[in-house]
Design a binder for this molecule. Sequence first.
Ligand SMILES: [Zn+2]
Length: 147
Amino acid sequence: MKQLKVDAINNGTVIDHIPAGKALKVYEILSPHVKKVTTIGMNLSSKALGKKDLIKIEGKEISTQAVNRISIVAPSATLIIIRDFEVFKKTEVQIPKTITNAVSCPNIKCVTNFEDIETKFIREKSSEISLRCDYCERLFSLNEFEV
Ligand SMILES: [Zn+2]
């Protein structure tokens, strides 16, 4: 793998291996919390994915809740925390076993869409990863979520 260029970032986060075309969606998730996005790279070459997107955020390590939402949009992404120009931590984005209050339920009749309660989804794995709502108990594939 080619060395990732992180020299533009002093402290912050790089989200790498975002599926091509999803960078803006990931940016939407981050934008309420991030004032300054250093770089959005789109359609970059990637050995693993063919094409990929990438986002660099200066001066900010993103919250767990944001990472949970990003995991639904970009389950293949890699999260790289930069401190003092060096890679401090590198992790694969993973959909957690339970996702609380990060996304709303795609079932418009679900009680969570009417009442002020936190949504909760449980990860299930059959042939592909899907999420089950803890309230209406329906099972959803990742692309059914409005993130
Ligand atoms: Zn539901």
